[in-house]
Each structure stands twice: as C-alpha cells, then as structure tokens.
Design a protein around this ligand. Structure first.
Ligand code: G1P
Ligand code: ZN
Length: 519
C-alpha cells in the first residue's frame, strides 16, 4: 500500500456556510483545494478508523473526479469501508438514509444544492454526522479551523475505482461498496406511505407531472412514481441527471421550474405537479392552477399527518425556521404540540429530532422533512401530499382551502436581492438593528408592532447559542416582516426580505390574483 503524505498550503476561503463548502467549480479545481478540505474533515473526526463512510453526490460536473480523490483519501486516513452510490449518485436524503440504516460513522455529500452546475457553475461538499444530519456548528468550526493550518494531506496512490458496477472492490485496506443509489431510499418511502392508496389514486385517473430538473431525483422519481406506483412513463420529466442540469438552475420554485409551471398553469393541467432541486432535498408542490407555499405545505402536512401510515400515531412536535410563516404554529397550537422556531438551515432541526421533540420540520425555502432522515426530503414531501390526496379524495386546492378556512391563511412572499455588494448589505442590517429599539408599539396603518428583534436561538438540547439570525418585526395580528443575509451565496451578499400577512376571513383567502405565474 502506498500512502502519500502530500505537503500543502492552507487556503483562506474554506469556511463552510449553511450547507457545507460551496464554491465555483474552478475554485475546487485549484491544486489541493478539495484535498485540503477533505483532510480537514477527517482531522476534525475522532475514532473513525475502522468505520464506514457514505459517499455520493448530485451528479454535477466534478462529482466523479471528487469522489475518486475522496475514496483514496478515505483509504489513506483509515476508513474500513466507503459505501458509494452507483455512478457517484446519491441524493442528500438518500445519503442520510444510508448513514442511518447502516450505522455509518458519517457521510460526505457532494452538492451545491440548487445552484447551477457545469464547468462554470458551482460545486460543494458537506459532511454529515452519524445521525445522518448536517454537521453541527462545532464540527464545521473545527473543520474550518483545520483548513487554516493545513500543511499536509494523506492520499493512497491507486487506480480509480469503477463507480458503475454494483459490488465491492478493495482500495488498499479499505473496501469500496458501490450501492444501488435508489433501493434503500425507495424502501424507506414504502415503509412510511400507503403506496396501495396512491397507486389506486393514480389508477383512477389522477394525473401527475414530476419535474426532476435534470438533477439527482430523476432515477429516484422514475423508480418510485413510474415503477412502484404505476404512473405512466413520462410522468417524470427532465428525469436524466446531467452534469450541468441541462444549463438550468435546479431550484424547484416558480421561477426556475418554468417547464412545470407552464404545464400546471396551462390548459389541461394535470392534477398534481412537483419539482425537486439539484440534490433532491427541496420540493415544490403544485395543484391544477395552484401553488402551495412551502410554509403552507408544512402546516398542511402537519394537520393531515395522521392520515399517513408512518405518522398515524401523531406527531411529537413541529419545528420551522424563523423566516418560515407561522402557519405551522397554528396547527401545532390546535393539536396541542410544541412548535420550535429555529435559525435558517436544516442543521438546527437535528438536535430536536434526535431528542424526540419534533417529528416534522420545514423551511419557507421549499424544504420539508421529518425524523425519517436528518435532511429535508423533496420526494418524501411529494409522497406525503399524494398520500393525503388519496386519503381525503380531494384536490390540492380543496385541501388548501379547507385548511385556510380552519386555521386562517398566512399570505407569504420572499424577495431576494442577489449578488449585491457586501458592505452596503451589512450596513443596511446594522442600520436596521439600530432602529429595533424604537419600533416596539409603533402603529403603521392598521398594523401595530408587537416585537422587533434580531433573532437569536438557544438550542434547547445542547444550550448552544446562535446570534444575529435575522431581523424580525412582528405585528400584533401575527403578520411579520423579516430581513436577513443569506449564508449560501457564492458571490457578494444576498439580502432576503420575507413578508407575511395573516388573513382569517375566508372571503379574502386564496392565491394572490396578482401572482405573476397566474397571468
Ligand atoms: C438557503 C435557504 C435556507 C436553506 C439553505 C440550504 O439559505 O434560505 O432555508 O436551509 O438555503 O438549502 P440562505 O441562502 O438563505 O442562507
Ligand atoms: Zn438542496
């Protein structure tokens, strides 16, 4: 066995963001850039030699090359086994599923989520811990600290491993097991949802359109919807993962999933539409001429959860990220459940789920999930909706309207100001912070300010504190305005403005008729 210790210099830009390290592909292609970060991950871990690592990515450009490097470094650093998805493919929720199912030490997921791919696009790498979830801040801080002092990394000199054939090969003392990317995940979905009921919903004529946006969920969606649930071939569109996502932006929202939006808001629209993002953890849910906001989706899933076999005994609690609308809070209150408001980013849900305090979690940014894994899960949300439709024998719109009638509607919109200059963006936040003490109690038209703060969160399990997580201005009727700076951008700053207005009157509820996708 030939293990090399390669001398290297630290890079000064390897601070992991909300979801790992995300940079342009060209940044990752710099000599030793990936290697340094991977070594910093391994150096941050304790007692892993002899254990198993899960490895895979969303199939974007540089996925295969990075996997070969990581395999050889894992072998040199003492892992006994790496389970890698066939062709290097694993969706983020599928990776989380594998880590948990096979009690792996952790996993490395290669993805820049919904960011564009290709040689000029983005690449990313993140580490997930043994619970299947994103590394907590103390781990990512240790990784970052390691990158700043990195002087050498270890790598095995060996030929590349074939990623296309299922089965085991040896890499030095380490076993590489190429696993079916879809099978374990699909089995988990079958254990949670009533596939028979969904199958008969489809058989009785409910038409679906599932858009994988040329990203990782293609093979998962084809297996689940077209094979196991019997939907006609062609139900999954843009279902072949491409290294550049076909030049698109694999983000399941009304702007970027435009093919799907055209179908669902066009003539003869199917009954149900959904899209997933680059790595399969996000989802967008559409009915015929109808958009379900992600915040509403979380609330509606929660309200109907006991209709679904995997959740029939009820929920432990619900968590939502701070900018997510308070629609879920109203469901939690009615069901007598605890509801947690956490900072943005899935990693804050992990402790709550591990401690059994919450079952469902969601973010306004098209992320929904439960304690079945420790990541948000796009296709899981799609199956949840189909299961609810099958159980209630109602359309998406009927389910939504009934929900608003019962709980009131939280009208919601988010506005993103992307790639703005960092300095004025930071200044704007500073100025807002300075204004906060003057806002409480002020009246603006019919709205009275109830509270105004810079959100901070103390984790109820480990006591860790996250400060300055966004400016919240809450009004006495439950409406809110929120400002925050993104933690995932790769250029300049991104300012996000979130607006939420509560409407209890049924006659005023519905989709905003001015919504651009309706015209
Ligand atoms: C964005 C979303 C956030 C999500 C994250 C990773 O982060 O707003 O909800 O968890 O992507 O998918 P942001 O860019 O706002 O920091
Ligand atoms: Zn994603």
């Amino acid at each position: 066995m030939n293990i090399h210790t390669v001398a290297t210099q630290p890079f000064d830009d390897q601070k992991p963001g909300t979801s790992g390290l995300r940079k342009k592909v060209t940044a990752f292609q710099r000599r030793n850039y990936l290697e340094n970060f991977v070594q910093a991950i391994f150096d941050s871990l304790e007692d892993f030699p002899g254990s198993t690592l899960v490895l895979g990515g969303d199939g974007r450009f540089y996925n295969r090359q990075a996997i070969q490097v990581i395999l050889k470094m894992a072998a040199a650093n003492g892992f006994a086994k790496v389970m890698v998805g066939q062709g290097g493919i694993l969706s983020t929720p599928a990776a989380s599923c594998l880590i948990r199912k096979y009690s792996a030490f952790g996993g490395i997921i290669l993805s820049a989520s919904h960011n564009p791919g290709g040689p000029d696009g983005d690449f990313g790498i993140k580490y997930n811990t043994g619970n299947g979830g994103p590394a907590p801040e103390k781990v990512t801080d240790a990784i970052y600290a390691g990158t700043k002092t990195m002087t050498a990394y270890k790598i095995l000199e060996a030929n590349d491993v074939s990623l296309d054939d299922l089965g085991e090969t040896q890499l030095g003392d380490m076993t590489v097991q190429v696993v079916d990317s879809v099978a374990d995940y699909a089995e988990l979905m079958e254990s949670l949802f009533d596939f028979d009921a969904i199958r008969s919903l489809i058989r009785s004529g409910t038409r679906l359109c599932i858009d994988s946006l040329h990203a990782v969920t293609g093979p998962y969606a084809k297996e689940i919807f077209e094979q196991r649930l019997g939907a006609p071939a062609g139900t999954v569109q843009n279902g072949v993962p491409l290294e550049d996502f076909g030049g698109g932006h694999p983000d399941p929202n009304l702007v970027y999933a435009h093919d799907l939006v055209e179908v669902m808001f066009g003539d003869h629209a199917p009954d149900f539409g959904a899209a997933s993002d680059g790595d399969g953890d996000r989802n967008m849910i559409l009915g015929q001429n109808f958009f379900v906001t992600p915040s509403d989706s979380l609330a509606m899933i929660a309200a109907n959860a006991t209709l679904v076999p995997g959740y029939k005994s009820g929920l432990a609690g619900i968590a939502r990220s701070m900018p997510t609308s308070a629609a879920a809070d109203r469901v939690a209150a009615k069901l007598g459940l605890d509801c947690y408001e956490t900072p943005t980013g899935w990693k804050f849900f992990g402790n709550l789920m591990d401690a059994g305090k919450v079952t469902l979690c969601g973010e306004e940014s098209f992320g929904t999930g439960s304690d079945h894994v420790r990541e948000k899960d796009g296709l899981w949300a799609v199956l949840f909706w189909l299961n609810i439709m099958a159980a209630r024998q109602e359309s998406v719109e009927a389910i939504a309207r009934a929900h608003w009638q019962e709980y009131g509607q939280n009208y919601y919109s988010r506005h993103d100001y992307e790639e703005v200059a960092s300095e004025p963006a930071n200044q704007l936040m500073e100025n807002l912070r300075a204004l906060l003490p003057t806002l409480a109690g002020q009246q603006f038209g019919s709205y009275r300010v109830d509270f105004a703060d810079d959100f901070s969160y103390t984790d109820p399990i480990d006591g860790s504190v996250a400060m300055q997580q966004g400016i919240r201005i809450g009004f006495t009727d439950g409406s809110r305005i929120i400002f925050r700076l993104s933690g995932t951008g790769t250029a300049g700053a991104t300012l996000r403005l979130y607006l939420e207005s509560y409407e209890a009157q049924v006659s005023k509820q519905g989709q905003d008729p001015q919504a651009p996708w309706l015209s």
